[in-house]
Design a protein around this ligand. Structure first.
Ligand SMILES: [Zn+2]
Length: 438
């Protein structure tokens, strides 16, 4: 890879010089001196020489990416940075759309459980350092407390926080609230979703223990009324509501089955092979979300599933206070697990950017099209031996590890692991005058 990078950098400017020789006059590697004064576009930020993977636009190659006014301004083999405020060298790194974590718990607060509770986490503390610029809360709030979630978390976070609204009015308030069928009305959920089209991207049902289909049916009704998909955590396994019925009869194309590799609800057959209903659901257009969490990712399911070619549509964390400190850790760690399962990097990026964007019908996100919000992840891929632990205490060793080198949200650098955007310190360097941050 490094050889190819160097080679391309030598060849590309030469080709451009040949084509544009008359007007440009010199190879771009000589910098501003070869550019006609005043012709270079004044970008805010250019990320140079990275390997861009942008599945929507079918780009998997070396590109420069320019940002202006918080939006993607240009993606090209070479961009003149003579008038650019900030240039970042991403040679050897992958440059992707800002990652979308389709399943997280972000309604942090003083209560128990996940609704305004101690199990949720404040997004900005955990997203950017993993390359995530959009995090979708998976049903922590319901119609009765969504406004509080919006005020306290969504509106106050730099991370773009979207939400699946819980069909339970009180959201994930723990038991007995989450078992109360009388608080799972489709009407209020659909109404709240319609009132918040910019933030509520779907309806969630979760944690139901009873034999009834009511939570699923009411979620589907609300999803239909608000024209949004439904995300299903299928709760306790019950013979009265088999997985096959959910995947082949209940869910609509575009609805999402979460915790797909948990093995907790019959995803794996007695024979150790993937339940055929999983593929039957996929053939009907049902989507599959990882939702790793603290108890929902098992190697015993993921290994045979991936061997059978059953890859996830959305690689997501199910981030919460427990999962982040156990085998899950963060978005890049979960992505690395799928590299360990031999899923190609390009597909891993697709399932963390463009595919989840399509799943939540937010095709403005998860891509680097010109004019799109400048949400960008610069990822490093380390080689070595890395241990990846599932939710059941088992480790698989992988040879690759993805980490977030730099994260850009709406054009602003919000995470910079190795100080790529910082000035180098020298003994005579003077700190800037004025206020200082703690
Ligand atoms: Zn969850």
């Amino acid at each position: 890879m490094p050889t190819r990078h160097r080679l391309n950098r030598l060849l590309l400017p030469a080709c451009i010089a040949l084509v544009l020789g008359a007007t440009v006059g010199a190879t771009p590697s000589t910098g501003a001196s070869g550019t006609k004064a005043g012709t270079a576009e004044a970008y805010d930020l250019v990320i140079r020489r990275g390997h861009v993977i942008d599945p929507k636009n079918n780009i998997d190659d070396l590109r420069d990416v320019a940002v202006k006014d918080g939006k993607i301004a240009k993606v090209a083999a070479y961009i003149d940075t003579a008038a650019t405020k900030q240039v970042v060298d991403a040679e050897g790194n992958f440059v992707t759309p800002g990652l979308i974590d389709l399943h997280a718990h972000l309604f942090n607060g003083p209560e128990d459980a996940y609704a305004n509770g101690k199990n949720g986490v404040a997004p900005d503390g955990f997203t950017f350092r993993a390359g995530v610029t959009t995090a979708v809360d998976a049903g922590s709030a319901g119609a009765a407390n969504f406004d509080l979630f919006k005020k306290n978390t969504i509106d106050r976070s730099k991370t773009r926080v979207l939400a699946f609204l819980n069909i339970v009015g009180k959201g994930m308030a723990g038991n007995p609230a989450e078992q109360d069928l009388s608080d799972m009305k489709p009407g209020p959920a659909a109404e709240k979703a319609r009132q918040n089209p910019d933030t509520i991207v779907g309806i969630k049902t979760a944690h139901y223990e009873g034999p009834e289909w009511t939570p699923v049916d009411n979620s589907l009704q609300a999803g239909k009324d608000a024209n949004v998909p439904v995300l299903v955590d299928f709760g306790e396994p019950r013979p009265e509501r088999p997985l096959k019925t959910l995947l082949t009869e209940k869910l609509r194309p575009g609805d999402i089955y979460s915790h797909a590799y948990s093995g907790n609800r019959g995803e794996l057959g007695e024979d150790g092979k993937l339940n055929p209903a999983m593929q039957q659901g996929r053939d009907r257009g049902v989507l599959y979300d990882v939702g790793h969490g603290g108890g929902s990712f098992g190697w015993r399911v993921a290994v045979p599933a991936l061997k059978a070619g059953f890859t996830p549509d959305a690689i997501s964390t199910d981030l919460h206070i427990t999962s982040m400190n156990s085998g899950m850790k963060d978005q890049t760690n979960v992505m690395s697990k799928f590299l360990a399962l031999n899923m190609p990097l390009k597909d891993v990026i697709d399932a963390s950017t463009w595919k989840p964007a399509k799943a939540i019908k937010r095709t403005d996100l998860g891509n680097l099209s010109v004019g799109a919000p400048a949400d960008i992840a610069v990822l490093a891929r380390q080689q070595g031996t890395f241990g990846y632990v599932d939710s059941f205490g088992f480790r698989v060793d992988g040879t690759q590890k993805l980490t977030a080198e730099l994260t850009v949200r709406a054009g602003q650098v919000v995470w910079d692991l190795n100080g790529k955007t910082a000035k180098k310190w020298t003994p005579d360097a003077k700190p800037p005058t004025g206020g200082h941050e703690h």
